[in-house]
Design a protein around this ligand. Structure first.
Ligand code: NDP
Ligand code: GDR
Length: 352
């Protein structure tokens, strides 16, 4: 009789948007999943509660470990004890606007943490594959479209920290022959997106206006343009990147760019509201330096990984609006729900 030993993955940032979807994806593929969570005075596991099984239960396949990505000692200990086959490093201070307020901490958590993990992998000598959550923010002021060959011109402490991590990955790959890859992901959103990122702020804000809990939504720069995709599809790419024959750097995005204003207009109109009556500008949301326009040229990833985005801008707005209306106790219009049903026959994530 033979059986296969399940692969083990370690995810930093498992409680975040991407970490939670990735954990579900890997569980659906039969992996044993380990995640690093930080201790907080309030619960921070709401995105993964629906997949949590008590570790005393023999059926448990997801295990959580307390740790902080700024603490090498603990990172080393977890990697030594878990002995994962793959590490997905998604943990970060991931908010660009906030990185201007806490630049040093962002450098530590978002940049140096990659070195901690890469060093721990190198010292373990176990051939662990490593995925780095790199970002389109690294392109910054470089005009679109942006591909793997586009020069980096970062415009925030966050982007500088991510760029440091990006180059450490490239150096460990070349210097120590490690399987270490950068996924250069453009913005990706979902009903699980953090509430202070622009898309979720808008869809959640509209739901509150509809529920008569708020009247206005205070926004920053409406002219910035982003290439917005759907997070579940992007975590599939993370997994594909580590299953590729060779490590490397991969741009992932939809190839469409829309302004924040367009997102606002579409979302308000889906809810039957006139955005100009409810949106106010508050300069506190402006950034000292802004990234004006991002459009992914993901042709290499499409070719090498066989990836094609299924959800683009219009669908994304509807999916997020339906979810936030439901969360506010309102009846959603339902177009977003139908898009998910139609485009994801074998939907592997739940609870949104
Ligand atoms: P989130 O902000 O939703 O999640 C960040 C995760 O990192 C959370 O689990 C958070 O824990 C954890 N974390 C933050 N600081 C620490 C710390 N000091 N120690 C341990 N854990 C920590 O981000 P996303 O899921 O959206 O993004 C995942 C990764 O991908 C990030 O690195 C982000 O920078 C990057 N990225 C994201 C893109 C996007 O559009 N979403 C695009 C390109 C890159 P807690 O829940 O306790 O706060
Ligand atoms: P971004 O995402 O900075 O691209 O980083 P965010 O949603 O925060 O901003 C997108 C654009 O919207 C403009 N904007 C506002 N942004 C926020 N947060 N709040 C506002 O009120 C507002 N008004 C206008 C911003 O100026 C910006 O131009 C995200 C993060 O997930 C990063 O971790 C990731 O690396 C990149 O995407 C790719």
């Amino acid at each position: 009789m033979w059986w296969s030993i399940p692969k083990k993955a370690l995810i930093t940032g498992i409680t975040g948007q991407d970490g939670s979807y990735l954990a579900e994806l890997l569980l659906s593929k039969g992996y044993e999943v380990h995640g690093i969570i930080r201790r907080a005075s309030t619960f921070n596991t709401s995105r993964i509660d629906h997949i949590y099984v008590d570790p005393h239960d023999p059926a448990a396949r997801m295990f959580l470990h307390y740790g902080d990505i700024s603490d090498s000692e603990q990172i080393n200990g977890i990697i030594y004890n878990v002995k994962p086959d793959e590490i997905y490093h998604l943990g970060a201070q991931s908010h660009v606007r906030v990185s201007f307020d806490i630049p040093e901490y962002t450098g530590n958590a978002t940049g140096l943490s990659a070195t901690r993990l890469l060093e721990a992998i190198r010292r373990s000598g176990n051939g662990i594959k490593y995925y780095q959550a790199s970002s389109s923010e690294m392109f910054g002021a470089s005009p679109p479209p942006q591909s793997e060959a586009t020069p980096f011109r970062p415009r925030s402490p966050y982007a500088c920290a991510k760029l440091y991590a990006y180059w450490m990955v490239a150096n460990y790959r070349e210097g120590y022959n490690m399987f270490a890859s950068n996924g250069i992901l453009f913005n990706h959103e979902s009903p699980r997106r953090g509430e202070t990122f622009v898309t979720r702020k808008v869809t959640r804000g509209i739901s509150k206006i509809l529920a008569k809990k708020d009247q206005y939504l205070y926004m920053g720069n409406l002219d910035a343009k982003r290439d917005w995709g759907f997070a579940p599809e992007y975590v599939e790419c993370m997994w594909k990147i580590l299953q590729n024959d060779l490590p490397g750097d991969f741009v992932i995005g939809t190839g469409e760019s829309h302004s924040v204003r367009e997102f606002v207009e579409k979302a308000f109109s889906y809810a039957g509201l006139d955005w100009s009556e409810h949106v106010r500008i508050d300069p506190k949301y402006f950034r000292p330096t802004e990234v004006e326009d991002l459009i992914a040229d993901a042709s290499r990833s499409k070719r090498v990984l066989g990836w094609e985005p299924r959800v683009k801008f219009d669908d994304l707005v509807k999916i997020m609006m339906d979810a936030d209306m439901r969360a506010s106790g309102l009846e959603p219009a339902g177009e977003g729900d139908r898009i998910i049903e139609k485009k994801f026959e074998n939907k592997w994530w739940g609870c949104d």
